[in-house]
Design a binder for this molecule. Structure first.
Ligand code: FEO
Length: 402
């Protein structure tokens, strides 16, 4: 067997037996630039236990890694911390090999697994706060409802001090290394932030609740093991917990995101003047053209911003499709603590700017500065108006004293 397909030791009796997806570039709308991993973990105790599985096409890869430690038929327990198919897709195949294994999930996990994999799937429900004895160690179950699915839960293995946190604290990043301190700080922060912005942002208040609850559970965590990307150890554990609090609080910073699309460069020219005005107002500015970027990068940038300015041409009485896509995606994730503004060029009807405003209002994003609309090609006076629009947005953020 190649070293690549061997299990990786996590602690004395815990092994990483997941899979590496080098090729995935679209994870239900999230642009996964660096691929991902589907992490599964094998606990060797009197009851041999598998924590989560992998996406269906990666069953053989997971089985090879399990086989490098034990015969898969010997698995006694399988715990499903999260029923989404990137972690349960290989479950039925695994149960066909581990014929005697007992499957455990949360109450809502049972419902989700049965709905996806078959109503006759035998699932033993574990309650929040309950524990399962494996021999020397116990798995303690902590429900984390809506982080990010109703079924989600954490499992904590007391004998090895490992917290298996399913999607939480993960990132979409394929790689040959399994630990956070084997990657650069830049990669970790960027990809963990991108993951939070695109998977967890809607549930930010629940993240804060969880972070406030965790210390009271008195879990001595030596390894924080998510279902995607590297595991956290040593200082990395406090780092990612603090990062999550910072991201969940969404405190506005002195940064603006200008996002636009354009037909004949009129809205693009406006966007540049808006950005100039924001910079003149003292803000850091990120300008994103949706022709060359994607919605998940916009959300990542927005998470650390205080201002969003959205520009769209009008096409057939509507928003430009890429901007409609972005605003729909953004409305679902509900970013907080932003102020916003709309601008755009048009030929004869010019509905897009009003429609941007309606989306921003639906997201409770105040628009303290009147939008700017330009017919056909912006004049020098129009660009001055765009500059002043940006500068006024910056002044409004400044007055919010962030
Ligand atoms: Fe990694 Fe929500 O699945």
């Amino acid at each position: 067997m190649s070293d690549f397909l061997k299990a990786v030791k996590v602690t004395e009796n815990v092994y990483w037996v997941g899979a590496i997806d080098w090729n995935v570039r679209n994870f239900h709308g999230y642009s996964t630039t660096f691929g991902t991993t589907y992490n599964a973990f094998l606990v060797i105790d009197e009851k041999i236990t598998l924590i989560d599985t992998v996406k269906a096409p990666f069953f053989d890869e997971m089985m090879a890694r399990i086989s490098s430690v034990i015969e898969p038929e010997k698995i006694d327990y399988i715990v499903s911390n999260h029923a989404e198919m990137d972690h349960s897709g290989a479950l039925i195949s695994t149960l066909k090999v581990a014929k005697n294994a007992q499957l455990f999930a949360s109450n809502l996990g049972e419902k989700a697994l049965k709905a996806q994999l078959g109503a006759d799937l035998p699932v033993t429900v574990v309650a929040n706060g309950s524990k399962l004895n494996l021999g020397k160690g116990n798995l303690h179950f902590v429900e984390t409802k809506m982080l990010h699915w109703p079924d989600s839960m954490f499992s904590y293995l007391d004998s090895e001090k490992v917290l298996f946190s399913q999607d939480a604290f993960g990132m979409h990043m394929a790689g040959s290394k399994r630990w956070h301190d084997e990657y650069s700080g830049y990669m970790l922060k960027t990809e963990a932030t991108k993951y939070f912005a695109n998977i967890l942002l809607l549930q930010a208040p629940k993240i804060i609740d969880l972070l406030n609850t965790l210390p009271g559970l008195n879990l001595d965590i030596k390894v924080l093991a998510p279902d995607h990307g590297p595991m956290w150890r040593n200082d990395g554990i406090a780092y990612v917990l603090n990062l999550y609090r910072e991201l969940a609080e969404q405190k506005p910073t002195r940064k603006a995101v200008v996002v636009y699309d354009t037909m004949w460069h009129a809205t693009e020219t406006m966007a540049k003047s808006v950005a100039d005005g924001l910079m003149a107002g003292g803000l850091d500015v990120t300008v994103i053209n949706m022709q060359v970027s994607d919605r998940s990068w916009v959300m990542t940038q927005l998470l650390t911003a205080g201002v969003i300015a959205v520009g769209s041409p009008t096409l057939n009485n509507n928003l430009f499709p890429s901007i409609a896509d972005l605003l729909t995606y953004m409305r679902g994730l509900k970013p907080q603590n932003l102020i916003g503004g709309a601008f755009g060029a048009f030929g004869w009807s010019g509905e897009a700017v009003k429609q941007i405003g309606e989306y921003l209002t639906a997201m409770n994003i105040p628009q303290p500065v009147a939008p700017v609309r330009v017919k056909y090609v912006p004049t020098a006076a129009d660009l001055t108006a765009c500059f002043e629009f940006g500068k006024s947005l910056a002044a409004n953020l400044n007055s919010a004293a962030c």
